[in-house]
Design a protein around this ligand. Structure first.
Ligand code: 5AD
Ligand code: SF4
Length: 464
C-alpha cells in the first residue's frame, strides 16, 4: 500500500519554511546573494540557515554567482584537498568576475585561516566562522556602510546558531542541528578548532522546530551534530540523546527520524532500545570507527578499543530490527603498519558494514597528529585505500544480493528522467531506484519489491 503524503508546494520548491515569530524584517529589497557549499551535511545545513537569516532581513537569494551582489563560500577544511578547493574557487572571483561583488568566506576554512585569507585573496571582504553566524547581518551592515574588510572569528561561544527562518533545500528530508561543536580531541581532526566547543540546544527548541517542520509538510527529519549522541539537554527537562529521540518521534506526523554522526564512546544500549521500540526512529546507525587497530585508535585519541567498538556493534545486531550500519575509516594514519591496516580490513570482514566512507589521512593545522613521526607515503596510502574500497565493495555486493525479493517502504526523493525511474530511501537508508506506473511520487511513501542489487544501490518495482 502506498500512502500519499501531501507536501505543500512551498516546501517542494525549496522555499523557506517560515516559523511564526515577529521577524522585524525590513520591507525594502536589499542586495542579492549566492551561497556555494563545500563539505559535510552540517555545512549544507548551515548554508540553509544562513540563507534563511539573510532572506528574513530582505536580501534576495539567487542561483548563480554571476547574478549575485554577494558571493559566499561555505567552506570545509577536514582534509587538505577540500581546503585547497576553496582557494581554487576563490581565484575564479579575482579580477573581472569578482568586481563589484562582495566575496565572503564562511565556515571551517574561514575559522582556520582567519584574516590570513585577506592576504592570500585580497578581493575577499568577509571571513566568518560558523560560531559567529549570528553576527552575519551586523557584519554585512558594516560592509554596506563602507567597511572594506570584516571578520567574525570568535569561538568563545556557548550559544548555538538558531534562526527564525531556514531555507530548506531538500523537499523531503529536513535537517536540524541539535548540538554544535565538539569536545573530543581526535588527534587528526580540525573540527574542534574550526567549530569550537560542544553545545547542545534546549530540547523545547528542537521539538518546537520539528513541530513546525511537520506543519510545513515534512515527515522525515535528520538530527545533526558532529557527535550527535553526546547531546545533553541544557534546559531543566534534562533529556539525554535517547530521550530526545523518543520525544522527536512522538510528535504527530513524524514518520522518520534519522541522526548523524554518532561517536562510539557515547553510543549506549538505551539508544538501540529506543529505536527498537519506536518505528519512526530509522534503523540506520552511522558509527565512525576510523581504524580496526587498537594501537592506532589510541594514537588517534578515539577513546575506545577495537573490542569496545565491536561490542557496540553487537548491541545493534542483537536487536530485532535489521539495522544498517555505516562507518568512516582513515587509512595511512602516521605510523600505521601493514598489519595494522590489515586489522582494519579484518574489521570490515567481521562487522560487514553496509557502507564505508574511507579517506586517506591528511595532516591538518592545529592537530597533534600532524607532528607525529611515521608519515605514510602518498602511494602507500592510495594503495591501502584502493584495497579497502575493493574489499568493502565485495561485502556490499554480497549483503545487497541477500535483499533480492524483499519488500521495503521507500520515501521517494528524486526522479531519474532518462532511466524512467524514481529514487528514494528505505528506513535503513539504502538507495532504491524503481519503476512505477504512477505519475508523481515525489515525497510519497511507496512499497517497493527489490529486483536487482548493486554495491551502492538497489533496483525495484513499485508494488502498491
Ligand atoms: N584526514 C583524513 N580524514 C579525516 N577525517 C577527519 N579528519 C581527517 C583527516 N585529517 C574523516 C574522519 C571523519 C570524517 C568526517 O572525515 O573519518 O569521521
Ligand atoms: Fe573530529 Fe573526533 Fe570531534 Fe569527530 S569526534 S568531530 S572526528 S574531533
Amino acid at each position: 500500500m502506498s500512502a500519499r503524503i501531501d507536501i505543500p508546494l512551498a516546501a517542494l520548491a525549496g522555499k523557506p519554511v517560515i516559523f511564526p515569530v515577529n521577524l522585524d524584517a525590513p520591507a525594502r529589497s536589499r542586495a542579492s546573494f549566492y551561497i556555494e557549499t563545500f563539505g559535510c551535511q552540517m555545512n549544507a545545513h548551515d548554508s540553509e540557515k544562513v540563507a534563511g537569516l539573510l532572506l528574513a532581513r530582505g536580501y534576495r537569494q539567487v542561483e548563480s554567482p554571476d547574478a549575485a551582489d554577494m558571493v559566499f563560500f561555505n567552506t570545509c577544511s577536514i582534509r587538505e584537498k577540500a581546503a585547497q578547493k576553496v582557494f581554487t574557487r576563490l581565484n575564479d572571483f579575482r579580477g573581472q568576475r569578482g568586481q563589484g561583488k562582495v566575496v565572503g568566506v564562511l565556515g571551517c576554512v574561514a575559522q582556520q585561516e582567519g584574516e590570513a585569507i585577506f592576504e592570500r585573496a585580497p578581493w575577499v571582504r568577509m571571513v566568518c566562522g560558523s560560531a559567529s553566524y549570528r553576527n552575519l547581518p551586523a557584519l554585512l551592515e558594516e560592509i554596506e556602510s563602507g567597511e572594506t574588510r570584516v571578520s567574525g572569528l570568535n569561538l568563545d561561544t556557548d550559544e548555538t546558531f538558531e534562526t527564525e527562518v531556514t531555507r530548506r533545500d531538500n523537499p523531503v528530508r529536513a535537517y536540524l542541528t541539535i548540538i554544535e561543536g565538539c569536545d573530543y580531541a581526535c588527534s587528526y581532526c580540525v573540527v574542534p578548532h574550526t567549530r569550537g566547543p560542544e553545545r547542545s540546544r534546549a530540547s523545547a527548541s528542537v521539538l518546537n522546530e520539528v513541530a513546525h517542520l511537520v506543519a510545513g509538510g515534512f515527515t522525515e527529519v535528520q538530527l545533526l551534530g558532529q557527535t550527535v549522541n553526546s547531546y545533553r539537554d541544557p534546559s531543566p527537562a534534562g533529556l539525554n540523546f535517547a530521550q530526545l529521540l523518543a520525544a522527536v518521534a512522538a510528535i504527530p506526523g513524524i514518520r522518520r527520524v534519522r541522526f548523524t554522526t554518532s561517536h562510539p564512546n557515547d553510543f549506549t544500549r538505551e539508544i538501540v532500545e529506543i529505536i527498537e521500540s519506536t518505528p519512526a526512529l530509522c534503523d540506520h546507525i552511522h558509527l565512525p570507527v576510523q581504524s580496526g587497530s587498537t594501537r592506532v585508535l589510541k594514537e588517534m585519541r578515539r577513546t575506545y578499543t577495537r573490542e569496545e567498538y565491536v561490542e557496540r556493534i553487537s548491541w545493534i545486531r542483537a536487536g530485532r530490527r535489521p539495522f544498517s550500519i555505516t562507518t568512516d575509516v582513515i587509512v595511512g594514519f602516521p605510523g600505521e603498519t601493514g598489519s595494522e591496516f590489515e586489522e582494519t580490513l579484518s574489521l570490515l570482514d567481521e562487522v560487514k558494514f553496509d557502507g564505508v566512507f574511507a579517506f586517506k589521512y591528511s595532516p591538518r593545522p592545529n592537530t597533534t597528529a600532524k607532528d607525529m613521526p611515521g608519515a605514510i607515503p602518498e602511494d602507500v596510502k592510495s594503495a591501502r585505500l584502493a584495497i579497502l574500497q575493493q574489499r568493502q565493495r565485495e561485502i556490499q555486493i554480497a549483503q545487497n544480493q541477500k535483499l533480492l525479493g524483499a519488500g521495503f517502504e521507500i520515501l521517494v526523493d528524486g526522479r531519474h528522467e532518462s532511466r524512467g525511474q524514481w529514487s528514494g530511501r528505505t528506513t535503513c537508508n539504502r538507495i532504491v531506484n524503481f519503476t512505477s506506473q504512477a505519475e508523481n511520487l515525489l515525497g510519497q511513501y511507496c512499497q517497493v519489491k527489490i529486483t536487482g542489487a548493486g554495491p551502492n544501490s538497489l533496483v525495484g518495482e513499485h508494488v502498491a
